[in-house]
Design a protein. Sequence first.
Length: 498
Amino acid sequence: MNNIIVLPLIIPIFSAVVLVFLRRFGAVQRLIAFASMLAVSIISFVLLELVRKEGILKLDFGGWKPPYGILFVADSFSVLMVLAASIVTLFCLLYAFSTIGDRHESMFFYSFVLLMVAGVNGSFLTGDIFNLFVCFEVMLMASYVLVALGGEKVQLRESLKYVLINVVASSVFLIALAYLYGTVKTLNMAHIAERVSEVGQDPILTLVSLVLLIVFSLKAGLVLFFWLPGSYVVPPAAVQALFAALLTKVGVYALIRTFTLMFPHHPETTHAILGCFAGLTIVLGCLGALSSRNVLKIAAYNIVISVGFILIGLAVRTETALAGSVFYLFHDMVAKALLFLLVGMMVYLTGEKRIDFMSGLIRNYPLFGWLYFLAMLALVGIPPLSGFVGKVLIGKGAIEAGSYVLLFLGFASSLVVLFSLLKIFLSSFFGETIITNEDKKPLPKASMASLVSLAVCIAGIGMGAEQLLAYVQDAVKTLANPSIYIDAILSDSDSEGV
């Protein structure tokens, strides 16, 4: 039964290869891509239930027992992330069906999206830190193509910056892995945690952990996010939404996994730096969101703010704050996808990116306008929508830890998020309409179905918070007690192999 763990990786890869041979059949490509992600979403939910009932599951490839072989591990945290990624990708594909165009479809758009998702899911599920590097690269290589796909001048310029930053980060990651292996003689995450606990986190290991902190911060957009606002706004809207929802979240996941499992022993150094990084990220992200008049850039800076806010929970180290981070991470993946699809549709309808040249959209598209309002409320954290519970838990955890500066910055950022998104809402949706009846474009049905579905998800997460919290608490139990993860992986009990 453990073989189900590998399906969220295998199904997208297999489908991506099949689609390469179907480049001239757009309808068939759309059907296969959608069916693949629907299957992965269902499998992810089944896997989440299995983990809840049976505990942490592992799959040893080739029958090689840990710590010698490569393995996938399914705990509640990793499977929650896979489920969120799969649902988001499913609805972003639905949005793309009516907006991406034949040109992109003929350039293997769906294959690269599926390969990127395979890398994302592999990053969440792997139990080996070198395999994390491999999955990162699969994800990034697909994203390199998606940033540049279309060949516009601005895309090529931003893609060079995006590729260069990530190549440098990956090179540093590889060097850190070499030093880590040379020190603890293993790359299995559970075994690394056990070795570090046994020998103590000496200065060399602390230095390695700080290098990993820099690498994952680059990938998450934590402090070192200067590449993000430009790179994330140049692809088509469906790709922007996927990047906003998935790519930075893989970096956040890696930070949480690294500093709760492998390197939790010197929080006065590592977690203090994480706290400083989180606070600084929030401040800089807020300044960017307040200063911009470009709807896409405002949305991009909101990614940065949310990354800093989520990592407050990791920095303060209480179980309540960690629960808030996991819950808010799940919410933010869905909400950011919806936000980027909404602003992308605004650009499509008006042909403008600056809010100064948009107005009156709610008169022409009332449902669309209120969907944006719903997304804004969720991102601010207004109950009963999805952002509320995560923010309350992070705030409560910060109070428990006495981290009042981070608490202030986190909740002050909510006001900035409200102001920046309300600025778009009031300027672009109200006032005299700029779209005449002759120029009015119909809203694509598939895109509207995607927007409504994501809005329903946001409302469902908020109103079904009690059910989701059961999985979140199970995830936090493992994060706060690394021995649970270590024992599940390194125990002598039999596990199935592939």
